[in-house]
Design a binder for this molecule. Structure first.
Ligand code: TMP
Ligand code: MG
Length: 289
């Protein structure tokens, strides 16, 4: 049905069930579909030419907007907490307070840096951030078919918006839930707005935005894209859901984590730096196949 599902990077627990979901969603039509996607390491690349690509936070970590001392501290936090984030031997319950610790400490350090709003665009422009290959088709096709795309990120909203803006794909069908910076009247970072979103409270984040899901309540069919097991709860706010197809990128520690990803995501993309499979699915769902 979709030849790309036979790509070597694709793993499926139950390929027949995937076909059933896809057929049901395709028959219902593109006006019943909404897409909910994580940002860092899902819409952006994990690595390029053997080198890790930055997350929203890393774009700041590597920029000229912070001092050397701050850079050291943020790197230390990354070296401490990232191995915990991807540690398959610990439960989400065990990791959750540690992730809150990571985000809280990182944001406290960033807020002390007096980062200026008008310098964010340059920091993003000078960074190595890269959307996955095929991003243009992904964003443009969703826009063309008026399919809403919710980008649900524990990264930094101001940074991720700038990434998609500079890539020319911040179309009007895109909505973002993320951590936004709070600047004072002179444009200096003073705090982060609202409730913190970290990788394991996306369910709570979704529940705070019921208005968005209310507006989209006629769209019963959800395509979910993520790279962390925490991303699986991003669609928990969707009302009257009929079908959900969950696509997970497995970027790191593949052997250890393969089983848990195949158990929880319908389609797992192993070390696949492209949006080829999600794009093939979108083309199928919109009758372009
Ligand atoms: P996501 O929800 O868009 O994937 O964003 C979360 C990612 O951000 C997660 O993989 C961890 C990463 N992160 C950093 O790289 N540096 C930091 O300081 C923090 C708090 C998170
Ligand atoms: Mg992610």
């Amino acid at each position: 049905m979709i030849p790309e599902l036979s790509n070597p990077s694709v793993l499926m627990r139950d390929p027949e069930r995937v076909q059933e979901i896809l057929q049901s969603m395709m028959k219902a039509g593109s006006n019943t579909i909404q897409v909910i996607s994580d940002f860092d390491m899902t819409l952006t690349r994990f690595a390029f030419n053997g080198k890790r690509c930055p997350t929203c936070h890393n774009i700041l970590d590597n920029s000229k907007l912070i001092t050397e001392d701050c850079r050291e501290k943020l790197k230390e936090l990354l070296n401490t907490y990232y191995p915990i984030e991807i540690d398959y031997t610990r439960s989400i319950e065990e990791k959750l307070p540690l992730m809150v610790e990571w985000w809280t400490k990182a944001h406290e350090i960033l807020v002390k840096q007096e980062i200026k709003k008008n310098l964010l665009a340059t920091a993003v422009g000078e960074s190595d951030a890269k959307l996955r290959d095929g991003y243009q088709l992904f964003f443009d096709h969703l826009h063309k078919h008026s399919i809403p795309l919710l980008i649900f990120s524990a990264g930094i909203g101001d940074i991720l918006e700038e990434v998609i803006l500079q890539a020319g794909v911040f179309h009007p069908n895109v909505k973002v839930f993320s951590n936004y910076m709070d600047f004072d009247e002179s444009g200096v970072l003073r705090a982060f707005k609202g409730e913190l979103i970290h990788i394991y409270n996306k369910r709570e984040g979704a529940m705070l935005n019921t208005g968005h899901f209310e507006e989209l309540r006629a769209r019963h069919n959800v395509l979910l894209l993520g790279d962390s097991l925490g991303d699986l709860t991003m669609a928990d706010g969707v009302q009257d859901m009929e079908n959900i197809l969950k696509i997970g990128f497995l970027n790191d520690k593949v052997d250890e984590r393969k089983k848990s990803y195949v158990d929880s995501y319908d389609i797992v993309l192993v070390k696949d730096e492209t949006l080829e499979v999600p794009n093939a699915i979108l083309l199928y769902l919109t009758g372009n196949r």
